[in-house]
Design a binder for this molecule. Sequence first.
Ligand SMILES: [Zn+2]
Length: 245
Amino acid sequence: MNTAQALELVHNYGCRVFEAEHFVYKSGMHGPAYINVDPVLYKPSAIEAIAKLLAEPYLPFADDEIEVVADPAVGAIPFGHDTAQALTQGYQPYYKMMYDYQSAKRTFGVLHVFAEKHKQPDGSETFQLDRTGFAEVCKGKNVLVVEDILNSGTSTRGVIECVRAAGGIVIGVSCFVNRGGVTAESLSVNQLNAIIDINMVQYEASGCPLCQSNVPIVADAALGKGSDFAEKHPDYVGGFKYLLD
Ligand SMILES: [Zn+2]
């Protein structure tokens, strides 16, 4: 599936993509494009369908089949959870994941863990597998890291680091939307798959060429921080516009 097909698919789930406009992002940066994936988050059927696509590149059964899915809390959790389930269903014909023949016990298929963010005294952030047993299940296992949105890749890198620290082998990263032009290399993994791959250029507010050209700012409350900008800078020369009904 290419990005255009994926965009058409997620549009049906209420996911909206805008281009050639002027947005203020949650980070405070400005840019011409916006993708709002929130409407898929409250639709489990949409998450399930997307998770099947996240699992797909990792389904061919080989020595590096995925044993654990890991993701950063909280937005990526439903995607990771359903990806683990999709992998389990995909591996079922091979039985290896489902049965331990030596003990003849049923096992639990592909497992799912999430890492939680910790703010450090110096302001930086790290991720840790805090919950009971989460670090242990990664030890010596093939792990797929799942992400909802890749911006700079900071959270993803944090999860990769804590999985490796727990002794897990990170096989790859699968994400719903890569909007930061993040590469496998920059994440230090061999494989990165994105269902939607759109590189959204971002500018510091102070040097934004769209502001300099007086392009109206999108001020819908559901589309970034344009509404906050409108409150703080009501006399912005380019004015404001609304894209949602
Ligand atoms: Zn701007």
